[in-house]
Design a protein around this ligand. Structure first.
Ligand SMILES: C[S@@+](CC[C@H](N)C(=O)[O-])C[C@H]1O[C@@H](n2cnc3c(N)ncnc32)[C@H](O)[C@@H]1O
Length: 277
C-alpha cells in the first residue's frame, strides 16, 4: 500500500483533525494539553472503559511479544504507567524500565505510582544513545505521533541489535457490526460517562478525540510497511478480538534468549489471530 507522506516527508498516522487543533503544527501542544489535564483521571477512565481488563491484557501482550526477566525496556508514551507497570513485573524490577512521555502531568503520575525513571520527550526524537534497550514498547500512542516513519527509525536506533519492538494499538474493527458497536461505545457512552464521573471537560474531550483518531488512523498494512521501511525484520501483527492490534518486529541481530524453560502458551492465545501479510 503506498504511503501518504506530507510534502516535508513526514508520515502522519491520521489526517489533520482541524476541528480539534487547527493546523498540524498545533497538534503536539493540543495533545499534550489534553493529557496533562486528564492525567489525574486517566487510570479511572481506562479502568471502566476497558471493563477492568486493561492491565491484564497489557501484560499478556508484552509476554506474547517476548518480554522476559532481565531485559532492559524503554516504554515510549508511558502515560500514567499502565504498560510500564506490567513491564516491571515481567522484566523483574523498576530499575530495568525507562519511560518517556511529552506530558509532564502523565509522567508525574507514572513516577508517583511506579518509581520508574521517567524522561520528558517525544517518540520522534528520543534522548537516548544508539543500541540502549532490549525491548521497546509503546501502548496506545501511535495515533498521537506527528511522524510515524521518523519515530520508527528512532525506535530502531535506540534498540540493541536483536531487540524487540512491541506497539499496541486499537484498530477499527473490519466487521460492520463490531465497528458500529465500538463507535457508539467510544463516541457516545465513554465521553458521557467520563463527564459524569470526572466532571473534567478536558478528559471528556480527550475521549471524543480518542475515537476520532481511531476512526481516521492509517490502516494496519501501512503501519507494517512503515516498520519494514524503518529496518525492522519479522514484522507482524496479531489481532485480539478484532480490535487490539499488537505490532512486533526486531532490529536485525542476535536475539536474547529467556532464562529457564520456554514459556508455556498463554490461555489468551485462543483469542489472538495472527494476521497474514
Ligand atoms: C492513551 S495514552 C497511553 C498511555 C499508556 N501507554 C497506556 O497504555 O495507558 C497516550 C500517551 O501518549 C503520549 N504521547 C502523545 N504524543 C506523544 C509523542 N509524540 N511521543 C510519545 N508519547 C506521546 C501522551 O502524552 C499519553 O501519555
Amino acid at each position: 500500500m503506498p504511503e501518504k507522506r506530507r510534502p516535508d516527508g513526514a508520515l502522519p498516522p491520521h489526517p489533520t483533525l482541524s476541528g480539534y487543533y487547527g493546523r498540524d503544527e498545533d497538534r503536539p501542544d493540543f495533545v499534550r494539553g489534553l493529557f496533562d489535564s486528564a492525567a489525574p483521571d486517566y487510570d479511572r477512565i481506562e479502568g471502566y472503559m476497558a471493563f477492568g481488563w486493561g492491565r491484564w491484557y497489557r501484560r499478556e501482550a508484552l509476554a506474547r511479544a517476548g518480554l522476559f526477566e532481565g531485559l532492559r525496556v524503554l516504554d515510549v508514551a508511558i502515560g500514567t504507567g499502565l504498560v510500564a507497570r506490567e513491564a516491571v513485573r515481567l522484566a523483574g524490577g523498576t530499575s530495568r524500565i525507562t519511560g518517556l512521555d511529552p506530558s509532564a502531568g502523565m509522567l508525574a503520575e507514572a513516577r508517583r505510582h511506579l518509581g520508574v525513571r521517567g524522561v520528558l520527550g517525544i517518540g520522534e526524537r528520543l534522548p537516548f544513545s544508539d543500541d540502549s534497550f532490549d525491548f521497546l514498547s509503546m501502548g496506545y500512542a501511535l495515533r498521537h505521533l506527528s511522524d510515524l516513519a521518523a519515530t520508527l527509525r528512532e525506535f530502531r536506533r535506540v534498540l540493541k541489535p536483536g531487540g524487540t519492538l512491541c506497539v499496541l494499538e486499537l484498530t477499527r474493527p473490519e466487521n460492520r457490526l463490531g465497528y458500529a458497536a465500538l463507535r457508539f461505545y467510544l463516541r457516545r457512552v465513554v465521553p458521557t460517562f467520563t463527564r459524569l464521573r470526572t466532571r473534567n471537560r478536558k478528559a471528556e474531550l480527550l475521549m471524543r478525540y480518542f475515537w476520532d483518531t481511531i476512526e481516521t488512523c492509517v490502516p494496519p498494512e501501512r503501519i507494517l510497511t512503515a516498520m519494514d521501511g524503518a529496518g525492522f525484520v519479522d514484522v507482524r501483527r496479531a489481532l485480539v478480538i478484532g480490535l487490539f492490534s499488537e505490532y512486533t518486529g526486531y532490529k536485525p541481530g542476535t536475539r536474547p534468549t529467556p532464562p529457564g524453560p520456554a514459556r508455556k502458551p498463554e490461555r489468551s492465545n485462543f483469542f489472538v489471530r495472527k494476521m497474514e501479510r
